[in-house]
Design a protein around this ligand. Structure first.
Ligand code: ADP
Ligand code: PHD
Length: 418
Protein backbone atom coordinates (compact mmCIF):
# COMPACT_ATOMS: atom_id res chain seq x y z
CA UNK A 1 0.00 0.00 0.00
CA UNK A 2 1.01 3.59 -0.55
CA UNK A 3 0.72 6.67 1.65
CA UNK A 4 0.40 10.12 0.06
CA UNK A 5 0.55 13.42 1.86
CA UNK A 6 -0.93 16.58 0.36
CA UNK A 7 0.07 19.75 2.18
CA UNK A 8 -1.70 23.09 2.45
CA UNK A 9 -0.16 24.46 -0.74
CA UNK A 10 -1.44 21.55 -2.82
CA UNK A 11 -5.07 22.02 -1.70
CA UNK A 12 -5.12 25.81 -1.46
CA UNK A 13 -7.87 26.24 -4.07
CA UNK A 14 -10.40 24.34 -6.19
CA UNK A 15 -7.76 23.79 -8.88
CA UNK A 16 -5.53 22.13 -6.25
CA UNK A 17 -8.26 19.71 -5.23
CA UNK A 18 -8.98 18.86 -8.86
CA UNK A 19 -5.25 18.24 -9.35
CA UNK A 20 -5.17 16.03 -6.23
CA UNK A 21 -7.97 13.89 -7.64
CA UNK A 22 -6.03 13.54 -10.92
CA UNK A 23 -2.92 12.42 -9.05
CA UNK A 24 -4.93 9.94 -6.97
CA UNK A 25 -6.70 8.66 -10.09
CA UNK A 26 -3.36 7.98 -11.78
CA UNK A 27 -2.59 5.53 -8.94
CA UNK A 28 -5.91 3.66 -9.29
CA UNK A 29 -5.48 0.01 -8.43
CA UNK A 30 -3.17 0.69 -5.49
CA UNK A 31 -4.28 0.59 -1.88
CA UNK A 32 -3.96 4.22 -0.95
CA UNK A 33 -4.19 6.26 2.24
CA UNK A 34 -3.94 10.01 1.77
CA UNK A 35 -3.09 12.45 4.51
CA UNK A 36 -4.31 15.99 3.91
CA UNK A 37 -3.40 19.26 5.65
CA UNK A 38 -5.55 22.33 6.15
CA UNK A 39 -6.10 24.28 2.93
CA UNK A 40 -3.58 27.01 2.05
CA UNK A 41 -2.81 29.18 5.05
CA UNK A 42 -5.85 28.08 7.07
CA UNK A 43 -3.79 26.99 10.09
CA UNK A 44 -2.28 30.49 10.32
CA UNK A 45 -5.76 32.00 10.08
CA UNK A 46 -7.08 29.65 12.79
CA UNK A 47 -4.10 30.54 14.99
CA UNK A 48 -5.07 34.19 14.55
CA UNK A 49 -8.67 33.33 15.43
CA UNK A 50 -7.53 31.47 18.57
CA UNK A 51 -5.45 34.44 19.75
CA UNK A 52 -8.31 36.85 19.04
CA UNK A 53 -10.78 34.63 20.93
CA UNK A 54 -8.50 34.13 23.94
CA UNK A 55 -7.85 37.86 24.19
CA UNK A 56 -11.57 38.49 23.50
CA UNK A 57 -10.62 40.89 20.68
CA UNK A 58 -13.27 42.67 18.61
CA UNK A 59 -12.38 40.98 15.33
CA UNK A 60 -13.07 37.34 16.36
CA UNK A 61 -16.15 37.01 14.14
CA UNK A 62 -14.52 38.88 11.27
CA UNK A 63 -11.56 36.45 11.23
CA UNK A 64 -13.89 33.46 11.55
CA UNK A 65 -16.15 34.65 8.73
CA UNK A 66 -13.15 35.01 6.42
CA UNK A 67 -12.09 31.43 7.15
CA UNK A 68 -15.57 30.11 6.43
CA UNK A 69 -15.97 32.21 3.28
CA UNK A 70 -12.63 30.93 1.92
CA UNK A 71 -13.76 27.30 2.31
CA UNK A 72 -17.32 27.75 1.08
CA UNK A 73 -16.04 29.60 -1.97
CA UNK A 74 -13.87 26.60 -2.90
CA UNK A 75 -16.69 24.14 -2.18
CA UNK A 76 -19.01 26.18 -4.42
CA UNK A 77 -16.53 25.85 -7.28
CA UNK A 78 -16.39 22.06 -6.90
CA UNK A 79 -19.97 20.97 -6.18
CA UNK A 80 -23.51 21.86 -7.14
CA UNK A 81 -25.41 23.78 -4.42
CA UNK A 82 -27.50 20.77 -3.34
CA UNK A 83 -24.47 18.60 -2.52
CA UNK A 84 -24.45 17.28 1.09
CA UNK A 85 -20.83 18.45 1.55
CA UNK A 86 -22.14 21.97 2.29
CA UNK A 87 -23.93 20.65 5.37
CA UNK A 88 -20.94 18.54 6.40
CA UNK A 89 -18.69 21.60 6.32
CA UNK A 90 -21.25 23.70 8.16
CA UNK A 91 -21.55 21.02 10.85
CA UNK A 92 -17.77 20.87 11.25
CA UNK A 93 -17.55 24.64 11.66
CA UNK A 94 -20.30 24.51 14.30
CA UNK A 95 -17.65 23.29 16.75
CA UNK A 96 -16.02 26.73 16.42
CA UNK A 97 -19.37 28.49 16.89
CA UNK A 98 -19.85 26.66 20.18
CA UNK A 99 -16.37 27.36 21.41
CA UNK A 100 -16.22 31.05 20.66
CA UNK A 101 -19.59 31.67 22.29
CA UNK A 102 -18.14 30.58 25.64
CA UNK A 103 -15.61 32.28 27.92
CA UNK A 104 -12.09 31.12 27.04
CA UNK A 105 -10.64 28.23 29.05
CA UNK A 106 -7.36 28.95 30.93
CA UNK A 107 -5.19 26.59 28.94
CA UNK A 108 -4.23 28.35 25.70
CA UNK A 109 -2.64 25.26 24.15
CA UNK A 110 -5.79 23.21 24.79
CA UNK A 111 -8.03 25.84 23.14
CA UNK A 112 -5.57 26.14 20.27
CA UNK A 113 -5.82 22.45 19.42
CA UNK A 114 -9.62 22.32 19.64
CA UNK A 115 -9.94 25.31 17.27
CA UNK A 116 -6.98 24.90 14.91
CA UNK A 117 -7.81 21.24 14.20
CA UNK A 118 -10.97 22.34 12.37
CA UNK A 119 -8.75 23.23 9.36
CA UNK A 120 -7.86 19.59 8.71
CA UNK A 121 -11.32 18.30 9.61
CA UNK A 122 -12.83 20.56 6.94
CA UNK A 123 -10.20 20.05 4.23
CA UNK A 124 -10.48 16.25 4.44
CA UNK A 125 -14.28 16.42 4.23
CA UNK A 126 -13.96 18.43 1.02
CA UNK A 127 -11.26 16.19 -0.49
CA UNK A 128 -13.07 12.97 0.36
CA UNK A 129 -16.37 14.27 -1.01
CA UNK A 130 -14.66 15.47 -4.18
CA UNK A 131 -12.97 12.12 -4.80
CA UNK A 132 -16.34 10.37 -4.46
CA UNK A 133 -17.91 13.03 -6.71
CA UNK A 134 -15.39 12.21 -9.46
CA UNK A 135 -15.98 8.46 -9.12
CA UNK A 136 -12.95 7.62 -6.95
CA UNK A 137 -14.30 5.67 -3.98
CA UNK A 138 -13.05 7.22 -0.78
CA UNK A 139 -13.74 7.19 2.93
CA UNK A 140 -13.20 9.99 5.39
CA UNK A 141 -11.33 8.86 8.48
CA UNK A 142 -11.39 10.65 11.81
CA UNK A 143 -7.73 10.34 12.64
CA UNK A 144 -8.30 11.28 16.27
CA UNK A 145 -9.46 7.73 16.96
CA UNK A 146 -6.28 6.27 15.45
CA UNK A 147 -3.33 8.55 16.27
CA UNK A 148 -3.37 8.38 20.07
CA UNK A 149 -1.35 10.98 21.93
CA UNK A 150 -0.83 12.15 25.48
CA UNK A 151 -2.34 15.49 26.46
CA UNK A 152 0.62 17.69 25.57
CA UNK A 153 -1.51 20.09 23.57
CA UNK A 154 0.18 21.58 20.45
CA UNK A 155 2.95 18.96 20.67
CA UNK A 156 1.08 15.69 21.23
CA UNK A 157 3.38 12.77 22.00
CA UNK A 158 2.27 9.69 20.07
CA UNK A 159 1.51 6.51 21.97
CA UNK A 160 2.96 4.15 19.39
CA UNK A 161 1.66 0.93 20.92
CA UNK A 162 -1.95 2.09 21.02
CA UNK A 163 -1.69 3.84 17.66
CA UNK A 164 -0.20 0.80 15.90
CA UNK A 165 -2.88 -1.42 17.38
CA UNK A 166 -5.77 0.84 16.27
CA UNK A 167 -4.38 1.43 12.78
CA UNK A 168 -3.59 -2.24 12.15
CA UNK A 169 -7.00 -3.31 13.42
CA UNK A 170 -9.21 -1.21 11.10
CA UNK A 171 -7.31 0.41 8.26
CA UNK A 172 -6.40 -2.64 6.12
CA UNK A 173 -10.11 -3.47 5.68
CA UNK A 174 -10.95 0.17 4.89
CA UNK A 175 -8.21 0.29 2.24
CA UNK A 176 -9.97 -2.54 0.42
CA UNK A 177 -13.04 -0.34 0.04
CA UNK A 178 -11.32 2.68 -1.49
CA UNK A 179 -8.97 5.59 -0.83
CA UNK A 180 -8.76 6.46 2.87
CA UNK A 181 -8.64 10.22 3.48
CA UNK A 182 -7.12 11.16 6.84
CA UNK A 183 -6.33 14.47 8.54
CA UNK A 184 -2.67 15.31 8.94
CA UNK A 185 -1.38 17.04 12.08
CA UNK A 186 -4.13 15.78 14.47
CA UNK A 187 -4.28 13.25 17.24
CA UNK A 188 -6.65 12.38 20.07
CA UNK A 189 -6.21 11.89 23.80
CA UNK A 190 -7.70 9.08 25.86
CA UNK A 191 -10.38 11.57 27.01
CA UNK A 192 -11.29 12.19 23.35
CA UNK A 193 -9.86 15.70 23.18
CA UNK A 194 -8.08 16.79 20.02
CA UNK A 195 -4.33 17.34 20.00
CA UNK A 196 -1.99 18.59 17.29
CA UNK A 197 1.45 17.19 16.59
CA UNK A 198 3.36 20.47 16.15
CA UNK A 199 3.18 22.91 13.24
CA UNK A 200 3.68 21.30 9.85
CA UNK A 201 3.10 17.91 11.47
CA UNK A 202 1.11 16.33 8.62
CA UNK A 203 4.27 14.80 7.12
CA UNK A 204 4.72 13.06 10.47
CA UNK A 205 1.13 11.73 10.31
CA UNK A 206 1.91 10.20 6.92
CA UNK A 207 4.98 8.53 8.32
CA UNK A 208 3.06 7.14 11.34
CA UNK A 209 0.46 5.52 9.06
CA UNK A 210 3.16 4.20 6.74
CA UNK A 211 5.17 2.67 9.59
CA UNK A 212 2.10 1.05 11.18
CA UNK A 213 0.82 -0.31 7.85
CA UNK A 214 4.28 -1.27 6.52
CA UNK A 215 3.67 0.83 3.41
CA UNK A 216 5.78 0.46 0.28
CA UNK A 217 6.54 4.18 0.31
CA UNK A 218 5.33 7.59 1.39
CA UNK A 219 5.00 10.36 -1.18
CA UNK A 220 4.71 13.92 -0.02
CA UNK A 221 3.40 16.17 -2.82
CA UNK A 222 4.91 19.65 -2.70
CA UNK A 223 5.05 22.94 -4.58
CA UNK A 224 8.77 22.34 -5.27
CA UNK A 225 10.47 19.80 -7.59
CA UNK A 226 11.83 17.87 -4.59
CA UNK A 227 14.29 18.57 -1.79
CA UNK A 228 16.56 21.38 -2.94
CA UNK A 229 19.83 22.57 -1.47
CA UNK A 230 18.01 25.66 -0.14
CA UNK A 231 14.57 27.20 0.03
CA UNK A 232 13.88 28.56 -3.49
CA UNK A 233 11.78 31.33 -1.93
CA UNK A 234 14.99 32.69 -0.35
CA UNK A 235 17.77 31.70 -2.77
CA UNK A 236 18.26 31.73 -6.55
CA UNK A 237 19.96 28.94 -8.44
CA UNK A 238 18.93 26.11 -6.11
CA UNK A 239 19.60 22.51 -7.16
CA UNK A 240 17.45 19.44 -6.54
CA UNK A 241 18.79 16.31 -4.89
CA UNK A 242 17.75 13.13 -6.72
CA UNK A 243 18.54 11.06 -3.63
CA UNK A 244 19.27 11.71 0.01
CA UNK A 245 20.09 9.32 2.81
CA UNK A 246 17.74 9.20 5.80
CA UNK A 247 20.55 10.58 7.96
CA UNK A 248 21.16 13.59 5.73
CA UNK A 249 17.41 14.31 5.61
CA UNK A 250 17.22 14.03 9.41
CA UNK A 251 20.09 16.50 9.78
CA UNK A 252 18.46 18.95 7.34
CA UNK A 253 15.10 18.85 9.07
CA UNK A 254 16.68 18.99 12.53
CA UNK A 255 18.34 22.28 11.58
CA UNK A 256 15.04 23.63 10.27
CA UNK A 257 14.60 22.80 6.57
CA UNK A 258 10.83 23.24 6.47
CA UNK A 259 10.27 21.05 3.42
CA UNK A 260 9.83 18.01 5.73
CA UNK A 261 8.72 17.91 9.35
CA UNK A 262 11.64 16.82 11.60
CA UNK A 263 9.80 13.86 13.15
CA UNK A 264 8.92 12.34 9.78
CA UNK A 265 12.05 10.46 8.84
CA UNK A 266 12.81 8.33 11.90
CA UNK A 267 9.73 6.02 11.77
CA UNK A 268 10.36 5.53 8.05
CA UNK A 269 14.04 4.81 8.60
CA UNK A 270 13.19 2.25 11.31
CA UNK A 271 10.81 0.47 8.94
CA UNK A 272 13.02 1.02 5.86
CA UNK A 273 10.25 2.80 3.94
CA UNK A 274 11.41 5.30 1.29
CA UNK A 275 10.09 8.86 1.38
CA UNK A 276 9.50 10.47 -2.01
CA UNK A 277 9.22 14.25 -2.23
CA UNK A 278 7.49 15.11 -5.51
CA UNK A 279 6.01 18.15 -7.25
CA UNK A 280 2.22 18.11 -7.30
CA UNK A 281 2.17 20.08 -10.55
CA UNK A 282 4.20 17.40 -12.35
CA UNK A 283 3.31 14.03 -10.80
CA UNK A 284 5.47 11.96 -13.12
CA UNK A 285 8.67 13.90 -12.30
CA UNK A 286 11.07 11.85 -10.18
CA UNK A 287 11.42 14.32 -7.27
CA UNK A 288 13.74 13.28 -4.46
CA UNK A 289 13.98 9.81 -2.97
CA UNK A 290 15.02 9.62 0.68
CA UNK A 291 16.22 6.14 1.63
CA UNK A 292 18.89 4.35 3.64
CA UNK A 293 21.50 4.22 0.87
CA UNK A 294 20.51 7.54 -0.79
CA UNK A 295 23.62 8.94 -2.46
CA UNK A 296 24.31 12.62 -2.91
CA UNK A 297 27.17 14.67 -4.27
CA UNK A 298 26.89 18.05 -2.58
CA UNK A 299 27.92 20.30 -5.45
CA UNK A 300 26.30 23.16 -3.61
CA UNK A 301 26.09 23.41 0.17
CA UNK A 302 22.78 22.82 1.93
CA UNK A 303 21.56 26.13 3.36
CA UNK A 304 18.88 26.27 6.05
CA UNK A 305 17.48 29.58 7.21
CA UNK A 306 15.58 30.08 10.46
CA UNK A 307 14.09 33.50 10.98
CA UNK A 308 12.66 35.11 14.08
CA UNK A 309 15.42 33.84 16.35
CA UNK A 310 16.34 35.02 19.83
CA UNK A 311 19.89 34.95 21.16
CA UNK A 312 19.85 34.58 24.95
CA UNK A 313 22.82 35.13 27.18
CA UNK A 314 22.42 33.68 30.67
CA UNK A 315 24.82 34.31 33.54
CA UNK A 316 24.89 33.70 37.30
CA UNK A 317 23.54 36.52 39.48
CA UNK A 318 26.81 36.78 41.42
CA UNK A 319 29.02 36.77 38.27
CA UNK A 320 30.40 33.34 39.27
CA UNK A 321 31.53 30.80 36.68
CA UNK A 322 28.87 28.93 34.76
CA UNK A 323 29.19 25.46 36.27
CA UNK A 324 27.64 22.12 35.34
CA UNK A 325 25.10 22.66 38.14
CA UNK A 326 24.02 25.93 36.53
CA UNK A 327 23.82 24.27 33.13
CA UNK A 328 21.72 21.48 34.54
CA UNK A 329 19.27 24.01 36.07
CA UNK A 330 19.15 25.97 32.82
CA UNK A 331 18.47 22.88 30.66
CA UNK A 332 15.68 21.80 33.01
CA UNK A 333 13.95 25.16 32.52
CA UNK A 334 14.27 24.89 28.73
CA UNK A 335 12.79 21.38 28.83
CA UNK A 336 9.99 22.39 31.19
CA UNK A 337 8.99 25.29 28.95
CA UNK A 338 9.31 23.18 25.76
CA UNK A 339 11.91 25.49 24.26
CA UNK A 340 14.27 23.82 21.80
CA UNK A 341 17.89 24.93 21.70
CA UNK A 342 19.06 25.61 18.14
CA UNK A 343 22.69 26.54 18.93
CA UNK A 344 24.54 26.90 22.23
CA UNK A 345 27.91 28.08 23.46
CA UNK A 346 29.37 28.40 26.94
CA UNK A 347 32.05 30.76 28.19
CA UNK A 348 33.42 31.23 31.71
CA UNK A 349 30.65 33.60 32.75
CA UNK A 350 27.75 32.95 30.46
CA UNK A 351 25.72 30.40 28.55
CA UNK A 352 24.54 31.67 25.17
CA UNK A 353 21.84 30.02 23.15
CA UNK A 354 19.77 30.66 20.05
CA UNK A 355 16.09 29.66 20.10
CA UNK A 356 12.93 30.14 18.02
CA UNK A 357 10.75 33.00 19.19
CA UNK A 358 7.43 31.69 20.46
CA UNK A 359 5.73 34.46 22.40
CA UNK A 360 4.08 32.41 25.16
CA UNK A 361 6.88 29.93 25.71
CA UNK A 362 9.56 32.60 25.57
CA UNK A 363 7.94 34.80 28.19
CA UNK A 364 7.45 31.82 30.53
CA UNK A 365 11.06 30.72 30.02
CA UNK A 366 12.34 34.24 30.62
CA UNK A 367 10.48 34.69 33.88
CA UNK A 368 11.58 31.31 35.20
CA UNK A 369 15.23 31.92 34.23
CA UNK A 370 15.18 35.36 35.82
CA UNK A 371 14.42 33.84 39.23
CA UNK A 372 18.01 32.58 39.47
CA UNK A 373 20.00 34.07 36.61
CA UNK A 374 20.76 37.31 34.81
CA UNK A 375 19.40 37.18 31.28
CA UNK A 376 20.09 39.40 28.27
CA UNK A 377 18.68 38.83 24.83
CA UNK A 378 18.51 40.07 21.23
CA UNK A 379 15.52 39.21 19.07
CA UNK A 380 14.52 39.33 15.38
CA UNK A 381 17.70 37.52 14.35
CA UNK A 382 18.35 34.92 11.65
CA UNK A 383 20.12 31.59 12.05
CA UNK A 384 21.90 30.19 9.00
CA UNK A 385 22.95 26.55 9.06
CA UNK A 386 25.18 25.50 6.18
CA UNK A 387 25.97 21.82 5.69
CA UNK A 388 28.85 20.62 3.50
CA UNK A 389 30.00 24.23 3.53
CA UNK A 390 32.83 25.96 1.80
CA UNK A 391 34.38 29.24 2.98
CA UNK A 392 33.21 31.16 -0.11
CA UNK A 393 29.60 30.13 0.48
CA UNK A 394 29.74 31.30 4.10
CA UNK A 395 31.16 34.68 3.03
CA UNK A 396 28.45 35.11 0.43
CA UNK A 397 25.65 34.29 2.89
CA UNK A 398 26.87 36.61 5.63
CA UNK A 399 27.97 39.52 3.40
CA UNK A 400 26.71 42.81 4.85
CA UNK A 401 25.37 41.13 8.00
CA UNK A 402 26.56 41.34 11.59
CA UNK A 403 27.50 37.90 12.94
CA UNK A 404 26.55 37.59 16.62
CA UNK A 405 27.50 33.94 17.10
CA UNK A 406 29.33 31.48 14.89
CA UNK A 407 30.05 27.78 15.25
CA UNK A 408 31.86 25.55 12.79
CA UNK A 409 32.22 21.80 12.84
CA UNK A 410 33.69 19.62 10.09
CA UNK A 411 30.41 19.40 8.17
CA UNK A 412 28.18 22.10 9.54
CA UNK A 413 28.51 25.87 10.01
CA UNK A 414 25.98 27.85 12.04
CA UNK A 415 25.79 31.62 12.20
CA UNK A 416 23.36 33.83 14.08
CA UNK A 417 23.18 37.18 12.29
CA UNK A 418 21.44 40.50 12.42
N1 ADP B 1 15.60 22.60 1.07
C1 ADP B 1 14.37 22.85 0.60
N2 ADP B 1 13.95 22.23 -0.52
C2 ADP B 1 12.70 22.46 -1.00
N3 ADP B 1 11.81 23.30 -0.42
C3 ADP B 1 12.19 23.93 0.70
C4 ADP B 1 13.49 23.74 1.27
N4 ADP B 1 13.57 24.47 2.40
C5 ADP B 1 12.42 25.10 2.55
N5 ADP B 1 11.56 24.78 1.53
C6 ADP B 1 10.19 25.30 1.41
O1 ADP B 1 9.30 24.25 1.70
C7 ADP B 1 8.10 24.51 0.99
C8 ADP B 1 7.32 23.22 0.88
O2 ADP B 1 7.02 22.74 2.17
P1 ADP B 1 5.65 23.09 2.88
O3 ADP B 1 5.27 24.52 2.67
O4 ADP B 1 5.69 22.57 4.26
O5 ADP B 1 4.69 22.23 2.01
P2 ADP B 1 3.26 21.76 2.34
O6 ADP B 1 2.70 22.63 3.43
O7 ADP B 1 2.52 21.93 1.08
O8 ADP B 1 3.45 20.34 2.73
C9 ADP B 1 8.57 25.05 -0.33
O9 ADP B 1 7.59 25.86 -0.92
C10 ADP B 1 9.83 25.81 0.02
O10 ADP B 1 9.59 27.20 0.12
N1 PHD C 1 -1.87 22.55 8.75
C1 PHD C 1 -0.79 22.32 9.69
C2 PHD C 1 -0.12 20.98 9.44
C3 PHD C 1 0.73 20.86 8.23
O1 PHD C 1 1.58 20.01 8.14
O2 PHD C 1 0.51 21.71 7.23
P1 PHD C 1 1.38 21.72 5.84
O3 PHD C 1 1.41 20.32 5.32
O4 PHD C 1 0.64 22.66 4.95
O5 PHD C 1 2.78 22.22 6.18
C4 PHD C 1 0.19 23.47 9.66
O6 PHD C 1 0.06 24.36 8.82
O7 PHD C 1 1.06 23.51 10.49
Amino acid sequence: MLVFKFGGASVKDAEGIINLSRVVNSYAGNELLIVVSAMGKTTNALEKLTKAYVSQADDVHEIYDEIKAYHFDIVAQLFEASHPVFDEIQNTFVEIDWMIEDEPHDDFDFIYDQLVSIGELVSTRIVSAYLNHTGIKSQWLDVRGYIHTDNTYREGVVDWVKTTESIQKDIPALLQKGVVVAQGFLGGTSENFTTTLGREGSDYTASIFAACLKAESVTTWKDVPGVLNADPKLFDGTVKFDELSYNEAIEMTYYGATVIHPKTIKPLQNANIPLLVKPFIDPVAPGTVIKEDGKTVFEKPVIIVKQNQVLLSISANDYSFITEDHLSDIFKLFAKNQVKINVMQTSALSFTTCIDFNEERFSKLLSSLKQNFKVKYNDSLTLYTVRHYREDALKEITAGKQILLEQLSRNTAQMVVR
